[in-house]
Design a protein around this ligand. Structure first.
Ligand SMILES: *Cc1c(COP(=O)(O)O)cnc(C)c1O
Length: 392
């Protein structure tokens, strides 16, 4: 009989041939400016640890204390016996930080999207979705069974046109990433908010790469544009700038209450642990005490990008610490990444389906944890490999 898994051999082989096979490296150290990767010490240009909090002593101490006080496992879903006082404190603190009525935490940003979109729209409704939105928005939208209308990336005029072509739906919702994770550009949120208001549509923004980065002291994209009260739903993650793990939704109290009643990942999957939750609260303490880490992140970002451009690299249209180094061809991007690794720099190649075909790149993630010497060392490696491979 035929091998019923033969299709996987073919699929995996095809990925390898197209330069799209993802070789996952093993990390043997805490997250920081430097990592031990597959046993080798390398400069870390990959992680979303924007502020260096993933190994911060205050967060670690908070996590350890929480383990001593609450143990390790939540033992039930939040709605049965898994809601700790720490979860509620985190939610209060997140709402305060974001300047909204309420917040609800989830196991991840991905789950926050899977919970929220199907809870707010369904059959007979329409989701207007930026074509470069994160996979979790796409999946959440599909789960909702609402009609999905993709509009051209970050283009308010096309969004307006797409809206005018739809009629007869019950509810409509516009969803956009705040900062686009592979290009580092910022959504034109003021225009989108105006469009949402004029058509009486719900507006949801995923601020995963905006919080801890944009706005006063890292309060995110809504604060960055001064749009408080004009965005109905903000999705956040606690795994990027916050340095821990988890996700959340911030907005009006009744939206948060509805998600507590009907958000399926909230109802049917256990919560993040006490240690994670306490560490997130400690991250909020740090962010509210001082904007120094956010300032440092931006100083590093400006320096690194200016130097990369001076060397002749195309860093796309990024406006944030996400720095794509555009290479086009997926095998070239993979080769570039391998050579960088040999030169002591860990920077991943990103190809289809994470980015469109023909838009492969190396994605450099700048962090407040990098010193100027670290960045200079990275620049030397990029220059060497870039010349060697005929990119610059
Ligand atoms: C990273 C990311 C997520 C997922 O966050 P996790 O907490 O890692 O699940 C969701 N949305 C966007 C836009 C992201 O960049």
């Amino acid at each position: 009989m035929a091998d019923k898994l033969a299709f996987l051999d073919e699929e995996l082989q095809a990925l390898k041939e197209q330069g799209l096979f993802n070789t996952i490296r093993t990390i043997g150290s805490p997250q920081g400016a430097w990592l031990i990767v597959d046993g080798k010490k390398v400069l870390n240009f990959c992680s979303n640890n924007y502020l260096g909090l993933a190994n911060h002593p205050r967060l670690k101490e908070a996590a350890q204390k929480a383990v001593a006080e609450f143990g390790v496992g939540p033992a039930a879903v939040r709605s049965i016996a898994g809601t700790l006082s720490l979860h509620l404190e985190l939610e209060r603190r997140l709402a305060q930080f974001k300047g909204v009525e309420a917040a609800i935490s989830f196991q991840s940003g991905f789950n926050a999207n899977l919970a929220t979109i199907p809870a707010l729209v369904g059959e007979g409704d329409v989701v207007f979705s930026d074509e470069l939105n994160h996979a979790s928005i796409i999946d959440g939208s599909r789960l909702s069974r609402a009609k999905i209308v993709r509009y051209p990336h970050a283009d308010p005029d096309s969004l307006e046109k797409a809206i005018s072509q739809e009629s007869g739906y019950k509810r409509g919702m516009i969803i956009s990433d705040g900062v686009f994770s592979m290009d580092g550009d910022i959504a034109p949120l003021p225009q989108i908010a105006e469009i949402a208001a004029s058509h009486n549509l719900l507006l949801m923004v995923d601020d995963a790469h905006g919080e801890g980065v944009l706005g006063r002291g890292g309060r995110g994209i809504v604060d960055h544009f001064g749009l408080h009260g004009q965005v109905d739903i903000e999705i956040g993650t606690l795994s990027k700038a916050f340095g821990v793990v988890g996700g959340y939704v911030a907005g009006k109290a009744k939206i948060v209450e509805w998600l507590r009643q009907r958000g399926r990942p909230f109802l049917f999957s256990s919560a993040v642990t006490a240690a994670d939750t306490a560490a997130c609260i400690a991250a909020l303490d740090l962010l509210e005490e001082s904007g120094a880490l956010v300032d440092r992140l931006w100083e590093n970002t400006r320096y690194y990008k200016a130097q990369m451009q001076r060397l002749g690299f195309d860093t796309g249209k990024s406006e944030t610490p996400i720095t794509p180094v555009m290479l086009g061809d997926a095998p070239l991007a993979q080769k570039f990444s391998r050579r960088l690794f040999e030169e002591g720099v860990f920077a991943m190649a990103i190809g289809y389906p994470t980015v469109p075909q023909g838009k492969a790149r190396i994605r450099v993630m700048i962090s407040a944890a990098h010193s100027k010497e670290d960045l200079d060392q990275g620049l030397v490696a990029f220059q060497k490999v870039g010349k060697e491979l005929g990119v610059i």
